[in-house]
Design a protein around this ligand. Structure first.
Ligand code: FAD
Length: 316
């Protein structure tokens, strides 16, 4: 079986859940091979092996890690040349979408972005995209070259399958023309002690109904060990950071449990959370559209309901 390349999403060798998801998808139609950019592959190897990576192509080259996008595309093109893979899967981020597009041009291949499913067999892959806030589902097929596909997070549950994760160093020579934008500083995001929004099993989100006071939302989230999300109305009002926005123009989450507090359920918000396994809403308007998609709904004031819910969880 041909290899399926998976670009590893990591911070200092700490592999993100999206990588485990992509390796799980890759196993369905080929031999998963991870592509690791950085110097600390040994930190990443156990998790890559755990999710089925037979090989780990390592690009340990400052010209790739210290510059934006274009050198990564050149490096990926070198790995594609070496591996002749059935497909290349990348976590769907703005950075990877651009890298994928550049790679597609370099390799004369077709590109699919923001896929929510990749199915089929080698040479006959189909991709699914959800567009216009989930109003339409597109099925596609790359007809030229190597399918290059960016995949949204949380579209499959990661499943483990031990493999060898054999390290294969890749020599890359980056052209001067690709080194146009150098990264001069990297700042780690302040740790909140809460799980990462896109990786959390439970997400509690607040909207305009909080009136800017997220403390009951945060306290309830902490009682459940949940991440905190926000609607765009809350983010645009400056009540919560943009990085916490859930929706069409924010993050896509698909936790086991999503609790929407004081959120009306606009289509653009739904686009980011409607695939959650269980959805609960607390809203004082019983006509709020969010109640159309919930599994459980509470009609009430979040400032009354959330402290009671927190107390109940803490007692349990
Ligand atoms: P509102 O719609 O104002 O709803 C507030 C809700 O809180 C109401 O239902 C109200 O009954 C309830 N409420 C009020 N007080 C209380 C209380 N004390 N207790 C309980 N309930 C209470 N939105 C996103 O969220 N994410 C996106 O990514 C996104 N992208 C967009 C992209 C585009 C191109 C556009 C045009 C819009 C986008 N939006 C997005 C905005 C979206 O259309 C809505 O405006 C937004 O989601 C509304 O946020 P909200 O539900 O918090 O506020």
């Amino acid at each position: 079986m041909a290899e399926v390349l998976v670009l590893v999403d990591h911070t200092d060798g700490e592999v993100k859940k999206t990588t485990a998801e992509l390796l799980t998808i890759a196993r369905q139609f080929g031999t998963p091979a991870a592509v690791f950019v950085g110097s600390n592959v040994e930190a990443a190897r156990p998790r890559l092996a755990q999710f089925g990576a037979e090989k780990v192509y390592v690009i340990d080259n400052a010209d790739v890690s210290d510059y934006l996008v274009a050198p990564l595309a050149e490096a990926l093109a070198a790995v594609v040349e070496q591996s002749q893979p059935a497909a290349v899967l990348l976590p769907a981020t703005p950075h990877n979408t651009e890298a994928g597009a550049r790679l597609a041009i370099k390799t004369g291949s077709g590109l699919v972005t923001d896929a929510v499913a990749v199915e089929g067999s080698e040479g006959a892959l189909t991709t699914t995209q959800s567009v216009f806030a989930g109003s339409y589902t597109l099925t596609g097929k790359v007809k030229q070259g190597t399918p290059i596909i960016t995949v949204k997070p949380n579209v499959v549950p990661p499943s483990a399958a031990q493999a060898s994760a054999t390290v294969v160093p890749v020599e890359v020579s980056v052209s001067d023309g690709a080194k146009t934008a150098r990264i001069t500083d990297r700042k780690a995001k302040e740790k909140s002690g809460r799980p990462e929004l896109t990786e959390a099993a439970i997400v509690v989100s607040g909207g305009r109904g909080t009136g800017g006071d997220f403390s009951p939302v945060e306290t309830f989230a902490d009682s459940l060990g949940a991440a905190v999300g926000a609607s765009r109305a809350a983010v645009d009002s400056g009540w919560y950071p943009h990085s916490s926005q859930v929706g069409q123009t924010g993050k896509q989450v698909s936790p086991q449990l999503y609790v929407a507090c004081g959120i009306s359920g606009a289509i653009q918000h739904r686009a980011g959370m409607q695939t959650s396994k269980t959805i609960v809403a607390i809203n004082k308007d019983e006509e709020a559209p969010i109640f159309e998609l919930v599994d459980f709904g509470v009609v009430g004031d979040l400032f009354t309901v959330l402290p009671q819910a927190t107390e109940a969880v803490q007692k349990a």
